[in-house]
Unconditional design. Structure first.
Length: 679
């Protein structure tokens, strides 16, 4: 079904209204001071280039930006001097050219899509998603940065790639690099999209056009020339100095390098692993991504121009976001150009909606945090910084909120890679209402479909990680025995001391695990002690915390197995994680959480046994039931209910193959309800 087109005339007043609203919102947000370091530098550079020109600019002031960006500031400074009488713009005046560029980008998005026959509703969705994205708004109107210029170059490049304009693409990439160094990430997209689409004989001309663009822009800076290649040498030295100015794994970027101990920004990327520096590993990962994108684009080379648009847009977004996630020395804002292209991709293909929303949320949080930490001196900022960088410490790892944001970004990037590897056709305008889509997702009558994949791991991993950070926060406080810890923690110490425990009302497994945790933590054994350190208290509570996390995973797996729905499984695990009693029981040394974990695992194993022949699930169920009984006598009821379920299952399937399609009509809700009650 082709996209449904709506006349441009009918939608023009609506789009004009959206653009006007976007401009007003940006002007209102731009009233603030922004990121002082960037804004003050831009204002000083504008005044300096107006005074000295490009030829004397770099000798007069320190600057780590390429010359085309300075040339644009020169033009803006001359206009400011003409209309305001000063070559130094005000703060809002310094943000204004970047704000206007964002409005231009919104127009370019509409033009790019309309020329490919995309319907007007999709055009509106893409334009609005870009113009009103909160992270993009914050980066330009509040922060005052110039990432909209890189977005503009990326949009122009997409238009040139769609028309297979090799020379024009080379000029655009060269210009992008001369505006901001991140423009270099556009080069792999251009090469991947055109190397198999254009004759080999045209490539020397394209390379020459790109080099000529660099030579012409840099020429005024180095004039008079000491040699014909001096502009290239000067630019290479300038880019190298800029890169070497931040020799760190991450410069406040929440990317893959915050997952590496010590899980913090500003760590030297010269550290070696397996004989290669971390910076080298980052470049290697980026090179692998470029090669993979090249293969994806080549594999779909037979697509028509309209059908290639979603693929190239998604590939561009993946490359630009990959340039934030994978290499070292990345700043917090370097994800914004990729987020802009992802706004278009999610309008063309709805599968990209959640990665777009996820990256928007994590980027906005990081931008707000970094700007306030560096620009605000209020006491609450110090408290915020301590909260963001502190967390549960396990060995060399520090599981802080910053670590969680980095893990979320890496997971979202993995999702993005999977979507880009399986491109869909151009999205049609006709779609079911949202409530119908939700009902389909929650349809409990459909049999389980699809193997467990990375989406499941990402969903339950996120829930479990969030629970770990909350429940594990200050696990050793209060530093005293709470409720039945007077029995169970004491029993753990008694086992270590070689005495028979005084608490015997339940079997010993949970108390033995407490003793093991105390032993591994090297806690001092003193049966007469009345006070303990936070580390010792955390040690005797750790088995309950781990059992709580395991229970969340088991509930997710059980929900996924029973109903075949990630939504149902995620909702079940999420609601359990939010339960107050469950949280408290996970933070004190009692037997309940361990008993719950064994019962859930036994239930899951019995359900697996009902779906297929084999002895392994039954052995796993027996092991889990045995561990449960070794923890609490009250788990005996699980033996009875699961045994009853297996008897009913045996009775219903006598003489029939024990496969899911045969069992489903007979067991149906009876089996699901029985196992849900057990769990």
């Amino acid at each position: 079904m082709p996209p449904i087109s709506i006349s441009r005339k009918s939608s023009l007043p609506t789009l004009v209204g959206w653009f006007a609203l976007a401009f007003v919102i940006r002007l209102w947000l731009a009233r603030g001071g922004g990121f002082t370091g960037d804004i003050d530098s831009f204002r000083a550079w504008t005044a300096a280039v107006v005074e000295h020109g490009l030829g004397g600019f770099y000798g007069a002031v320190w600057c780590d930006y390429p010359p085309l960006f300075i040339g644009l500031l020169w033009v803006w400074g001359e206009l400011t001097q003409l209309f305001a009488g000063s070559a130094t713009p005000s703060v809002i005046g310094m943000k204004l050219p970047f704000v206007l560029t964002e409005l231009l980008n919104g127009w370019l998005i509409g033009r790019l899509l309309r020329k490919r026959g995309v319907g007007e509703p999709t055009v509106r969705r893409a334009t609005i998603a870009y113009l009103f994205n909160p992270a993009i708004l914050y980066g330009t109107a509040v922060w005052g940065q110039a990432d909209s210029l890189t977005v503009c170059a990326a949009l122009l490049l997409l238009g040139a790639l769609m028309q297979r304009q090799l020379v024009v693409s080379a000029v655009i990439v060269a210009a992008a690099v001369l505006i901001k160094p991140q423009g270099l990430f556009l080069l792999p997209l251009a090469v991947a999209a055109l190397w198999h689409q254009t004759p080999v004989k045209r490539w020397p001309l394209a390379i020459l056009a790109g080099l000529a663009t660099v030579w012409a822009v840099v020429l005024p800076v180095v004039w008079p020339l000491n040699g014909p290649f001096e502009p290239f040498g000067w630019l290479a030295a300038r880019m190298s100095a800029t890169g070497n100015g931040y020799p760190y794994t991450s410069v406040n970027a929440y990317n893959i390098w915050l997952l590496v101990p010590p899980n913090a920004s500003w760590q030297a990327d010269s550290t070696r692993w397996l004989g290669i520096s971390l910076g080298g590993w980052g470049l290697g990962l980026m090179a692998a991504l470029c090669g993979w994108i090249g293969w994806i684009v080549y594999r779909d080379r037979a697509r028509g121009e309209t059908a290639r648009l979603p693929l190239l847009t998604a590939a561009g977004a993946t490359l630009l976001i990959g340039g934030y996630i994978l290499p070292t020395r990345m700043h917090e804002r370097y994800i914004l150009p990729g987020l802009a292209l992802l706004a278009i991709a999610q309008a063309l293909d709805r599968r990209y909606r959640w990665p777009f929303r996820g990256f928007t949320a994590t980027t906005l949080v990081s931008l707000v945090y970094v700007l306030n930490v560096y620009n605000t001196t209020a006491p609450w900022v110090d408290q915020l910084k301590r909260f963001a960088t502190a967390g549960l410490v396990l060995g060399p790892f520090r599981f802080s909120p910053e670590w969680v944001l980095s893990l979320a970004n890496v997971a979202l990037f993995g999702w993005l890679l999977q979507l880009t590897a399986a491109p869909a056709a151009l999205r049609t305008e006709a779609r079911s209402p949202r409530w119908v889509a939700w009902l389909r997702r929650l349809d409990l009558s459909t049999e389980p479909s699809g193997a467990v994949g990375w989406r499941d791991w990402a969903l339950i991993g996120g829930i479990a990680t969030a629970f770990l950070l909350i429940a594990g926060w200050r696990l050793g406080n209060p530093t005293e025995q709470v409720f039945d810890e007077v029995y169970h923690a004491k029993a753990g110490f008694e086992y270590l001391a070689g005495f028979a425990p005084t608490e015997w009302t339940h079997p010993p497994l949970a108390k033995l695990l407490v003793a093991l945790s105390l032993k591994l933590s090297h806690a001092p054994v003193d049966l007469t002690a009345t006070s303990w350190t936070a580390a010792t208290v955390a040690a005797w509570r750790l088995p309950s915390l781990l059992a709580g996390i395991g229970s969340l995973v088991a509930v997710y797996a059980l929900g996924r197995a029973l109903f075949g729905s990630r939504a149902v499984a995620g909702l079940a695990a999420g609601l359990l994680a939010l339960d107050g009693v469950f949280l408290v029981q996970s933070r004190i040394a009692m037997t309940n959480q361990l008993a719950l974990l064994w019962m859930l695992l036994a239930t899951l194993a019995v359900w697996r046994a009902s779906q297929r022949d084999g002895w392994a699930p039954l052995v796993a169920a027996g092991l889990a039931l045995g561990l449960g009984l070794a923890t609490r006598w009250s788990t005996l009821y699980t033996w009875g209910l699961l045994g009853l379920f297996l008897l009913i299952h045996r009775w219903l399937t006598t003489g029939q193959p024990r496969t899911w399609p045969t069992l489903k009509p007979q067991l149906g809700w009876l089996g699901k309800l029985t196992l849900t009650l057990v769990a």
